[in-house]
Design a binder for this molecule. Structure first.
Ligand code: CTP
Length: 236
């Protein structure tokens, strides 16, 4: 078996924003470009890993045709994609900027257009489920705590970044949180610190490009998690 085959893993990456419909032509969204998750997917594929990318509504897309690309629009579609693919992977990297709230829709709302009236209007929002916490529950139900590594992100104001990232690690039950400041969204660079149960597992030491970050994070995941080869090879 070649060195590359031995280290080959199956990795599921989520990236990009969600669009939560308000009516037939409008939605709630955020400024995520999906760049970071796409760069991660490209770098993981370049290393010979089996990559599935769940990508939200963004004009960007990966170029590597080895990447299994599945598009989503809403949090609900991303939730369905995660449920379908989680059981088939060794690592989940949840880089998607998932909406925390979505319009509470009634039957037919997404087929019609809201009309302007003289008065104001109020949108009725409901909380979305915490998809990452749901993935951790699914992992427990599958009895895969030891061989399914889960990485989340925490986009935070710098002043409270580390404290909030640690709280997220504990609240969601993931193995690693990539703490990064609010300025990362829609930017070409990232200044990240890794938070794990034992403490911190290093940082980028300042701004690096998202393409550089992709290799850096994959190396870091490799170091803390060395799964048994998951893909049978008959090339020995
Ligand atoms: N996330 C998720 N489901 C949500 C919201 C966020 O799975 N409904 C994931 C994100 O993909 C990210 C991590 O949880 O990996 C943290 O996202 P973030 O927006 O920073 O945190 P929230 O859980 O939304 O908490 P808060 O609003 O307090 O920042």
């Amino acid at each position: 078996m070649t060195e590359q085959c031995r280290n080959q893993i199956r990795i599921l990456i989520t990236a990009g924003p969600t669009h939560e419909p308000i009516d037939a032509v409008r939605y709630l969204a955020n400024r995520s470009s999906g760049r970071l998750g796409i760069d991660l997917a490209e770098e993981a594929a370049r290393r010979g890993h089996h990559v599935t990318l769940l990508l939200g509504p963004t004009p960007l897309h990966p170029n590597n045709t080895q990447i299994k690309l599945i598009r989503f629009q809403t949090t609900a579609e991303l939730e369905a994609g995660l449920a379908a693919h989680l059981r088939m992977v060794d690592v989940l990297v949840m880089a998607a900027a998932v909406a925390d709230y979505r319009p509470k829709l009634k039957m037919g709302d997404v087929d019609a257009k809201l009309r302007r009236t003289a008065g104001g209007m109020t949108l009725d929002l409901e909380a979305t489920p915490d998809l990452l916490a749901g993935c951790v529950r699914q992992r427990t139900a599958m009895g895969r705590e030891d061989n399914l590594y889960m990485v989340g992100f925490a986009l935070e104001p710098r002043a409270e970044m580390m404290i909030s990232a640690r709280k997220k690690l504990e609240r969601k039950g993931v193995d690693m949180i990539v703490a990064n400041p609010l300025e990362t969204m829609d930017a070409p660079t990232i200044d990240a610190t890794l938070v794990v149960a034992e403490g911190t597992a290093g940082g980028t030491g300042g701004e690096i490009t998202k393409a550089e970050f992709a290799g850096w994070l994959l190396d870091a995941i490799d170091q803390v998690q060395a799964p048994e080869p998951s893909i049978a090879s008959n090339t020995d």
